[in-house]
Design a protein. Structure first.
Length: 328
């Protein structure tokens, strides 16, 4: 029986290798993240901004802006993705490069460290420092944010980052390996750079936004579920009540609504982009965030993250158990 079980384990080696790659990537992204200044996706973000500054002209027709956005996304994503995917196929140790791709795609997961620093700065009434720490992570204006605004922005970023980080990486790695994870992460980075609620990118970002709405529908719903189960039936009901903005559904707002329900606070509200005020839905599920709200949001995100890490570990163990029962 033991030789047969050992043979079954060897036959399933790709499954266990993939699990190990995922687990180590998730672990290192939390305890040993790359400094933001040397993250490849930050450089990609810079290229996206430069591209938009050259081809995104608000004085042109809406259709021209949409076409410019679609062509810009293709030009930015396809060459880099194709080169990296080609190198993955040629690599002598593909598992190492798969780990490297996942690790890079997960580096926004270290925002919890920034959130703790922002919380510490607000506790010391140092809004200037809090704004400075948040600025690299957000495309919205942060210079005039109050204590409440800083708390809201921090919590919203904290609870939405794992959608395209942990959850998307786990699901897409299972479905299509590192190339699919990389493609999805690059598309999401474009959306974050060309935020669709920013008037400057309202039409330019539409192709990327619509594609990401389909691509991240399942990761968003599953992450929302992992948040909602911590808030009981009231929060679970929010899964089936989409939040719209000017008739369009933004998955970030839905995630923020569920997080606000679990934390019993208010999120959402007006934002500013290059001095232009944009009204977004107020997600009122309690009072305005207080000093301890960021800390509670960090705990909420950590528990949800632990659920997904547990999922990565438990599924192969269950599979190995089934294999053992099969040969016994």
């Amino acid at each position: 029986m033991v030789p047969e079980f050992t043979q079954q384990l060897l036959n399933d080696a790709p499954l266990y290798q993939g699990t190990l790659i995922l687990f180590i990537s998730l672990l290192l992204s939390k305890i040993a993240p790359l400094p933001r200044a040397v993250q490849p996706l930050v450089a990609f973000n810079y290229l996206a901004k430069e591209m938009a500054s050259k081809v995104n002209h608000s004085n042109r027709s809406h259709s021209q802006q949409v076409i410019a956005g679609a062509l810009s996304a293709i030009l930015l994503v396809v060459p880099f993705w194709a080169i990296i995917t080609f190198l993955l196929q040629l690599a002598a140790f593909p598992w190492f490069f798969e780990f490297l791709v996942l690790y890079i795609c997960l580096n926004d997961e270290n925002f919890n460290i920034v959130a703790e620093e922002v919380n510490r700065a607000l506790n010391h009434e140092d809004k200037t420092r809090a704004r400075k720490m948040l600025a690299p992570w957000l495309t919205r204006d942060t210079q005039e944010l109050s204590d409440v605004g800083l708390s809201k922005a921090t919590i919203e970023k904290l609870v939405t980052t794992p959608v395209y980080g942990t959850v998307a990486s786990v699901l897409f790695f299972i479905l299509g390996g590192a190339p699919l994870v990389l493609a999805a992460r690059m598309l999401k980075q474009l959306e974050l750079c060309w935020l669709p609620i920013n008037p400057q990118f309202r039409y330019f970002s539409r192709p990327v936004f619509l594609l990401n709405t389909l691509l991240f529908a399942l990761p968003t719903w599953l992450w929302n579920l992992s948040l909602a189960i911590q808030g009981g039936p009231k929060s679970l009901a929010r899964l089936f009540k989409p939040v719209s903005l000017n008739g369009r559904i933004y998955h970030e707002l839905q995630t923020c609504s569920i997080a606000a329900s679990v934390l019993n606070i208010e999120l959402g509200g007006p934002m500013k982009f290059n001095g232009v005020r944009v009204n977004t839905a107020k997600l009122s599920h309690g009072p305005l965030p207080e000093k301890g709200s960021i800390r509670e949001a960090i705990k909420l995100a950590r528990v949800s993250h632990a659920i997904w890490v547990g999922f990565v570990v438990v599924i192969p163990m269950i599979w190995a158990g089934l294999r053992y029962l099969q040969v016994s």
